[in-house]
Ligand binder design. Structure first.
Ligand code: LMR
Length: 390
């Protein structure tokens, strides 16, 4: 049976982790996979998470099963952070805990595949390389549209709108809520409003991937566009990840919210989510979500978490400024947000940077800005400059 399976290439992004790890050069730079790093190059456990974990260790009395929905207090507390007060109280919206943002996206895909419409999912090109496989593996058709003006290194809203001309009513449009991966671009408030108008007029269903809330402009600012969109759209989905903003990466903490057209329709939506989750992972892992729940239910821990997150965001933005000022071809980086930027270089340059300078990034030329330290910006630019357009 298994001899019919084809060989598969390793995941291109995860392979960068292994290549960097195997490189013995002491001055190597890892701007590959998207994890926040501090000025010492480490990805620390956040202070509030440590405190919440200590509390769980001493106070948690049971690890018995919770159910396919996971920890509902976690999901409901997180809704206030992600969706804001008004939408968190909206009974058309139902949400459950998922194993990370990827679990949320996969659950969304399975839900969409269960509908009579079986919509096409439209994803921007380029996007996170795992987006298309997640929807494709659930049996959905994935179509792509443009939005990125590579020459200017900026979002082109007209290109985005034109690219969606072929989308049919009921089709799903995948949007990055903030901190676009891989380009760092963002819609401004007016564009989110235009988007909301377009989605409503054409009967499209937004699916917002919110994986970096708080790492762009701030917690509320990074969710504002998505909230405006949800307020306007009759149906929508939000896939949320706590990987980056709670630095819980390997704990796999996320949530999926679905906005139904009415509270009555939200009931079968929720029941279907629970049936699907049960067959996919039965129940999501608890520990990371329990830590987030502890943080969000304690004002002092919440304030501590937000302060540390703000510090992370400020460090990224300071590095963005330094990169943007270092070379004219990198100027857009200073205007963009989040962990990522897409360098205007080709695969050959990526390979040379890796082989000659021990600088690691995926072939797309995407960099994780937090992989730099202030003292490595100069050697990074020195190595990169010969490959940049004038
Ligand atoms: C990334 O894009 O680097 C992160 O989202 C990590 C991942 O799972 O790909």
């Amino acid at each position: 049976m298994f001899d019919t399976l084809d060989r598969q290439p390793p995941d291109a992004l995860l392979a960068v982790i292994g290549m960097h790890r195997a490189d013995p050069r002491p001055d190597k730079i890892d701007v590959g996979v998207g994890v926040y790093r501090d000025e010492t190059g480490t990805t620390p456990v956040m202070g509030a998470v440590k405190a919440a974990e200590a509390r769980l260790l001493s106070e948690q009395v049971s690890k018995s099963y919770l159910g396919a929905e996971g920890d509902q207090t976690f999901t409901d507390s997180l809704a206030h952070v992600a969706l804001g007060e008004a939408l968190a109280a909206d009974s058309r919206i139902t949400g459950i805990q998922t194993p990370g943002g990827t679990g949320a996206l996969r659950l969304a895909a399975e839900l969409l595949a269960r509908t009579e419409r079986r919509p096409t999912v439209w994803v921007g090109a380029p996007t996170w390389p795992n987006h298309a496989p997640i929807f494709g593996e659930a049996g959905l058709r994935v179509a792509s549209h443009g939005y990125f003006d590579a020459a200017r290194g900026d979002l082109d809203f007209n290109l985005f709108v034109d690219g969606l001309t072929g989308a049919q009513p009921g089709d799903v449009v995948l949007l990055h809520g903030c901190c676009h991966n891989p380009t760092g671009t963002a819609f401004d408030a007016a564009q989110w409003q235009q988007l909301a108008t377009m989605v409503v007029a054409r009967g499209l269903v937004p699916l917002v991937d919110l994986a970096y809330q708080g790492l762009g402009r701030g917690l509320a600012e990074d969710a504002a566009g998505m909230r405006a969109l949800l307020t306007a759209a009759p149906e929508a989905l939000v896939a949320y990840s706590c990987d980056k903003n709670f630095a819980l990466y390997r704990e796999r903490v996320g949530a999926l919210w679905v906005q139904a057209p009415s509270p009555a329709v939200a009931v079968p939506v929720r029941e279907t989510l629970l049936v699907l989750a049960r067959s996919l992972w039965s129940m999501p892992p608890d520990h990371g979500a329990a830590a987030v729940r502890e943080i969000l239910s304690d004002a002092a821990l919440s304030a501590d978490w937000q302060a540390e997150l703000t510090g992370m965001c400020e460090r990224i933005n300071a590095l963005r400024l330094a990169l943007g000022q270092a070379h004219p071809a990198l100027a857009p980086i200073a205007r963009q947000q989040g962990l990522f930027a897409l360098l205007p270089i080709d695969r050959g340059a990526v390979r040379q940077l890796r082989e000659r300078h021990a600088i690691y990034m995926p072939d797309s030329g995407r960099i994780n800005i937090a992989g730099l330290r202030h003292e490595t910006v100069a050697p990074f630019i020195d190595a990169l400059a010969p490959h940049l357009p004038l």
